[in-house]
Write a protein that binds this ligand. Structure first.
Ligand code: SAH
Ligand code: ZN
Ligand code: ZN
Ligand code: ZN
Ligand code: ZN
Length: 457
């Protein structure tokens, strides 16, 4: 799915006409690559399945990172199966998590002058290993403070296609943490949010009254050097695979079990190129794990969740989680390619919080320009005007949107109504329909930027 999803991520420009890839999900009996069970895919043409179904790696959208491929109906010989198993084994990390935890214990006993971190191998070095890394770049005098902020020490894996590690700006991270504390949560399941995890861990070790705990689930195994098995699980969120097997699964289950009335919230910030259906399927499994920890069952409640994702995925997320709503808060990052510079000079982030909590409880900072709309019963961006006709604050991107009586909805300020197309769109557009499937809804006839499902009311 590499080539296709890569193109989709950049906005669909390079995408082959009308073609798209659909994930048919984690199929029972799927073959495995080093990243756990592969996902079943099919090519689609205008929504219809076309061609042979195939398995590909769930985690890597770049074939350079993992080139696993198998037709669904392919017969795989015993020899090839054995070779594949051997390959998968040999492609696991060199040190186990346990070994890394032991290494860390030894590392912190070292005097500052002997604490080295190899930048090339992204690994804490023990003195006996210096020799082997002698021609690598390394950092010296690694302080305890540095060990407590691994996300600063490790370089972000910006490889867009696979890891897409975009770290929260301090302000946004602090906001998220304060928000969930104010909401009364004491446990955070951090799925792909190493910086939030790190902020919680480091406060917990420094401030005595701070009583929030976090468990990090992430595919980036480098973090196992800094956290114990109770603090980090090597996890793939596209196929709900725990690399640490049943023990890691159990760690997660135990963490979700709300003993002593400590309420749990899951916070996740997946790579944006990721397939929403695969993510949703994994998140439902995590929700089910939470539900099953309670003997009487949580009735019909869902595990509270913040899913951090760009606003143009709103309709896709709501398809899978109808109880979710999108908050206006713009999540900021330290290193984000998706940023545009708005008129105010402030960076405008397209990334939002989707949550199944009651919107009125999500208090957004007034000093950053958010206000409470009493009709909508939620906080909105200052530019987001309440439309009397739609009876809602309709802007998705923070700018003031305008109502079109013909379309019977609010549209972006830069759009106008085209009588040819019978809808609002950019002034500069060609009226003839393109047959390229849309990035958001998959339907033909429009691109992502003009997708009607984006302004769902
Ligand atoms: N903003 C967050 C980081 C989000 S970047 C923060 O600052 O904490 C996306 C995160 O998801 C990265 O940590 C990356 O390692 C992780 N990730 C990427 N693919 C993943 C996968 N298949 N399974 C689990 N985690 C994944
Ligand atoms: Zn793989
Ligand atoms: Zn409103
Ligand atoms: Zn309107
Ligand atoms: Zn219109």
């Amino acid at each position: 799915w590499g080539a296709l999803c890569g193109a989709r991520r950049e906005g669909g420009g390079a995408m082959a006409a009308a073609a798209a890839l659909a994930v048919l999900g984690p199929a029972p009996g799927a073959p495995s690559c080093p990243h756990g069970p592969a996902l079943l895919f099919v090519k689609t043409c205008q929504g219809k399945e076309e061609g042979r179904r195939f398995y590909a790696c769930s985690a890597c959208r770049d074939r350079k990172d993992c080139n696993f491929f198998q037709w669904e109906d392919e017969k795989v010989s015993e020899t090839r199966l054995a070779a594949r198993e051997e390959y998968n084994r040999s492609h696991q990390p060199f040190f186990t998590h346990r070994q890394n935890v032991d290494r860390y214990k030894n590392f912190i006993l070292l005097p500052l002058s002997k604490r080295r971190f190899c930048q090339e191998c992204q690994q804490l070095l023990l003195p006996a290993e210096w020799e082997k890394h002698s021609d690598h770049q390394f950092l010296c005098d690694i302080t305890t403070a540095q060990l407590k902020s691994p996300s600063q020490l490790l370089y972000p894996l910006e490889n867009k296609k696979t890891n897409a590690q975009y770290l929260f700006a301090d302000r946004s991270c602090q906001f998220l943490l304060n928000l969930l504390i104010d909401l009364g949560f004491r446990r955070v399941l951090s799925v792909g949010t190493p910086r939030l995890h790190e902020m919680i861990q480091s406060k917990a070790s420094q401030e005595e009254e701070f009583n929030v705990r976090s468990l990090l689930l992430d595919i980036d195994f480098r973090y196992s050097q800094f956290y114990t098995e109770d603090e980090f699980c090597h996890y793939n969120m596209f196929n709900h695979h725990f690399f640490g097997g049943e023990a890691a699964h159990e760690t997660c289950r135990k963490f979700l079990n709300e003993e002593n009335g400590e309420r749990v919230i899951m916070v996740t910030d997946p790579p944006f190129g990721g397939l929403v259906e695969a993510l949703a399927s994994s998140f439902k499994k995590l929700m089910a794990m939470w539900r099953e920890t309670e003997k009487e069952g949580h009735d019909n409640r869902e595990m509270p969740m913040f899913w951090i994702f760009p606003y143009f995925f709103e309709s896709r997320i709501l398809d899978f989680f109808p109880s979710f709503s999108m908050m206006d808060y713009q999540v900021d990052y330290d290193n984000h390619a998706l940023y545009k510079h708005g008129k105010t000079g402030r960076r405008q982030s397209p990334v939002r919080i989707f949550t199944n909590l009651t919107p009125s409880m999500i208090v957004l900072p007034e000093e950053e320009g958010y206000r409470f709309c009493t009709v909508c019963q939620r906080y909105v961006s200052s530019g987001n005007q309440h439309c009397e006709i739609c009876n809602s604050c309709t802007s998705k991107d923070g700018r003031r949107w305008k109502h079109c009586v013909l379309c019977k909805k609010c549209v972006k300020p830069s759009w106008f109504h085209c009588n040819n197309c019978n809808c609002c769109t950019l002034e500069k557009h060609s009226c003839e329909k393109t047959d390229t499937g849309c990035f958001v809804c998959g339907k033909a006839g429009h691109k992502r930027s003009t997708c009607p499902s984006l302004s769902r009311t």
